[in-house]
Design a protein around this ligand. Structure first.
Ligand code: ADE
Ligand code: ZN
Length: 348
């Protein structure tokens, strides 16, 4: 789908992107050589071809196809080339440079500390790499506030340990890299309330709280109910990442509207596995009911290289939104974001 000049030129805000999901095949190839890591591909074009992933991370629904990794397996396999602070800096700068090219003025990338510490990478290498990129990207006109993610398919205690390690890089008394915590990875039988202790600790540190409620998960409506009404001592999450399944049940979408919880939607992630005529009317119905939303990329290099501009183009083309609505979605993202007021004013 070609990106129209209107979408290309629109100043943008991105609130749902996993930094590890922006690792391009070419940077992965370069880092593999830099770090003497053997990839299971002999040529660069074999590596590139492996990015044509069609499966999502729900093996319980799709069965496993021998030789084809699930989505999250591919995502974590990509992480293996990331070893040193410089690698994490290069990953982050590549994304933030691309942001500048796409006119993304402000972004809140997720990062998965546990994906790296469990491979033996020291947490400070990850966090200092991102911190340096956060600072350097300001010169490109791209501001960022990052989001620490708990990996929900790891033991709860492992996430709490990672949070304790990352805390000196938080906003408030820390170095200011991240202003929020999130919840990502495989949601299968891992409801949000399992992580209540982590959310409580983060809130006590003055951080914001968001969480994934992926489209079409097992128990998706129960998970959404927890995220809207139960977590954070009953206050609910401040945002929900994805959350499209709320459209199915009035108590859920009314809960989003009444509590002012915005959704960070990633249209292409759903379009990979949902008919156009089913998906985009569903997004539009949520919007018509007054649910606040913005449009984002999720894991662009693992999702056919569709970045935030391509995701905005999809709803512009397929939801029947006009230019003023598209501008409003960017304003929604500014409202939903966790930048300081002066940055918000500058990007509004
Ligand atoms: N972590 C990175 N990408 C993810 C996705 N698409 N869903 C859940 N967790 C993720
Ligand atoms: Zn995501």
């Amino acid at each position: 789908l070609p990106i129209s000049p209107f979408i290309a030129n629109l100043p943008k805000v991105e609130l749902h992107v996993h930094i590890e999901g922006t690792l391009t095949p070419s940077l992965r190839w370069e880092l593999a050589h830099r770090n003497n890591i053997k990839l299971p591909y002999t040529t660069f074009s074999d590596l590139k071809a492996s990015y044509a992933i069609t499966l999502n991370h729900r093996p319980e629904l799709h069965g496993r196809q021998p030789g084809i990794p699930t989505f999250l397996e591919a995502y974590f396999a990509g992480c293996e080339v990331l070893q040193t602070e410089t690698d994490f800096y290069d990953l982050a700068m590549a994304y933030l440079t691309r942001c500048a090219e796409m006119k993304v003025r402000y972004t809140e990338p997720f990062f998965d500390i546990q994906a790296h510490t469990r491979r033996g990478v020291p947490a400070p290498a990850v966090l200092n790499g991102y911190l340096r990129a956060q600072r350097d990207a300001i010169k490109l006109g791209v501001h960022s506030r990052w989001i620490f993610c708990f990996l929900r398919d790891e033991p709860v205690q492992s996430g709490l340990d990672a949070y304790a390690q990352a805390r000196p890089w938080a906003a408030g008394n820390g170095k200011g890299l991240f202003h929020a915590v999130g919840l990502a990875s495989n949601a299968y039988e891992r409801p949000p309330m399992l992580f209540e202790e982590g959310f409580r600790l983060a809130r006590a540190d003055g951080l914001h709280v968001t969480m994934h409620c992926d489209f079409g998960q097992k128990d998706t409506h129960e998970h959404m109910g927890e995220a809207i009404f139960q977590v954070c001592g009953g206050l609910g999450a401040e945002r929900i990442d994805h959350g499209l399944d709320a459209e199915d049940e009035e108590v859920l979408w009314r809960g989003l509207v009444d509590r002012g919880i915005g959704l960070t939607l990633c249209p292409h992630a759903y379009h990979r596995r949902t008919e156009t005529g089913v998906l985009f009317p569903k997004i539009r119905r949520l919007w018509e009911r007054g649910v606040k939303m913005c449009f984002n990329s999720d894991d662009p290099t693992l999702m056919h290289d569709v970045w935030v501009d391509g995701n905005m183009q999809k709803v512009y083309s397929f939801c029947g939104f006009g230019k003023s609505e598209m501008v409003q979605f960017v304003r929604n993202a500014v409202d939903m974001c966790w930048a300081e007021e002066d940055i918000k004013r500058a990007i509004y």
